[in-house]
Write a protein that binds this ligand. Structure first.
Ligand code: PLP
Length: 476
């Protein structure tokens, strides 16, 4: 193979060359590699600025997904690049195994100050799956250390995504992702999520809340309370399409967990760092979890980092004598990533990023409600800068698309059309087909307008093509 031209020379961004090399050597994650070819090149993103990214052919797209729910402060921020360069030039790497370094110490203290209650102890990882895996291991280690060694199981929700390592995958409630890798880590059981769309109790929020929280209690009782270590829940569940908790949900879950001595883990890999207009999702819904798992937005994606934020009692058994939590990761708490996270949190403060989300949430929702009038849109749900439009075959009956129909709508039509229109949104069918929007948290009203407008064009066309009885028109 010919040596690639050095970075920065004109040839290195040649789209044809990059496509050929990508198809030959690069294993894209969660991707159908066989769908790429000469006439269907791999999309290659080359640069970004603010809410916009550009591919190697010069095509500009509005990033309505923040990379992957990650780039909170927008692309191309020199402050974060400078923080990374500065730390790499000072101490590029050292582990936090028996040592510490200033960025990890400062960041742990900063996170503890931002997190609610006594969530004051931070275990760093290099990403979200590792955070979930670490939280489950910590729950087991904690109970073992405190005389309840049988508490090892976890309860999570159906269709929820919690990561891909074998432990985190066991927590994940998506059969299509689990089945190819079974047997998984034993001990994870799944309960209904908070999807109210088409639920028999959808119009009675309180009764719905009781039903879905009863299901958690029943699972604890069925498994045997003295075997259950933790319940893993996202504040607002991503997979399936932004399932919002009904009022009172987390207060009741907290009560149930306390009744049976079970830990509550808030998996905030997406919901932390402003996605819902608060630093943590648990603050938006007013509950105190025993652990928060986070990653993504902690560094706005400028460097990989994750964390498990723990209440003090969880660390207590490991603070004395020769005890230790026998767990660690080479790149967990990487100094460059910690320095970037600190600079990212500085930007949050300086630019009132949470305030921007809160100030614009209502107008963003109102704009999205106009798309919800399109025949193909059956439901709109979400909060903050995190929304899903669920697609239906028939607006009157709300009949869902079958799997092959959903394939045709999402992969056959919407994904390429959105790209062509210059917008990145998530087209997903881990539950029923949805289009999800999660723009950078610094997006301005005009950018949110462009986002909604372009998604609206694609959905209007999809309505005409795929919704038989409602050609062209919005619902009356
Ligand atoms: C809620 C949740 N947990 C865990 C993960 C896994 O994170 P990572 O991909 O960084 O391993 C994700 C990833 O999207 C997630 O959304």
């Amino acid at each position: 193979m010919a040596a690639p031209p050095p970075p920065g020379t004109p040839g290195d961004l040649d789209p044809v060359r990059l496509d050929r090399l990508a198809r030959r050597h690069l294993w894209l994650h969660f991707s159908r590699l066989g769908t790429f070819g000469e006439d269907h090149p791999v999309p290659v993103l080359a640069r970004g600025e603010g809410c916009w990214v550009e591919d190697v052919t010069g095509h500009r797209l509005l990033d309505g997904l923040s990379g992957l729910f990650t780039v909170q402060v927008g692309h191309g921020r020199p402050e974060l690049a400078a923080a990374a360069a500065q730390q790499a030039g000072t101490l590029e790497y050292f582990p936090i195994w028996s040592h510490a370094h200033p960025p990890a110490i400062e960041l742990a203290a900063r996170i503890a100050a931002l997190a609610p209650g006594d969530l004051d102890r931070v275990f760093f990882t290099s990403g979200g799956s590792e955070a979930v895996e670490s939280a489950w291991k910590l729950a087991r280690a904690y109970f073992r250390a405190t005389g309840q060694p049988n508490r090892h199981k976890v309860i999570a929700r159906r269709t929820a995504y919690h990561g891909t390592s074998l432990g985190a995958l066991a927590v994940t409630g998506i059969p299509a992702m689990r089945q190819p890798f079974e047997p998984l880590t034993p001990g994870a059981v799944h309960v209904p999520n908070t999807n109210r769309f088409r639920h028999p109790l959808e119009h009675d929020e309180h009764a719905f809340m009781l039903a879905v929280t009863d299901a958690i209690e029943e699972a604890i009782l069925f498994e045997g309370p003295d075997t259950v270590a933790a319940v893993f829940l996202e504040p607002l569940q991503n997979a399936g399409g932004c399932f919002v908790p009904p009022a009172g949900y987390f207060a009741r879950v907290r009560e149930i967990c306390d009744r049976y001595g079970v830990l509550l883990v808030s998996d905030e890999v997406i919901c932390a760092f402003g996605r819902l207009g608060h630093m943590f999702g648990a603050q938006r819904y007013d509950y105190l979890p025993d652990m928060i798992t986070c990653a993504k937005g902690l560094t706005s994606g400028y460097s990989p980092l994750g964390a498990v934020i723990c209440r003090d009692f969880l660390a207590a058994p490991f603070l004395e004598g020769t005890a230790s939590f026998a767990h660690g990761i080479t790149f967990g708490g990487h100094p460059v990533s910690c320095a970037v996270a600190l600079a990212n949190l500085d930007l949050f403060e300086r630019e009132a990023v949470l305030g921007n989300v809160r100030a614009q949430e209502a107008a963003f929702e109102a704009r999205l409600r106009t798309l919800a009038d399109l025949p193909i849109v059956g439901d709109l749900r979400g909060a903050g800068f995190f929304w899903a439009l669920e697609l239906v075959k028939d607006p009157e009956t709300r009949e869902p698309f079958t799997r092959p129909e959903g394939e045709a709508v999402l992969r056959g039509f919407l994904a390429p059309r959105l790209w062509e229109l210059g917008v990145i949104a998530r087209t997903d069918d881990r539950g029923h087909p949805v289009v999800q929007l999660a723009p950078p948290l610094v997006a301005r009203p005009e950018e949110l307008d462009v986002l909604c407008e372009r998604v609206g064009v694609a959905l209007a066309e999809a309505s005409r093509t795929f919704v038989g009885s409602a050609v062209g028109a919005t619902r009356t």
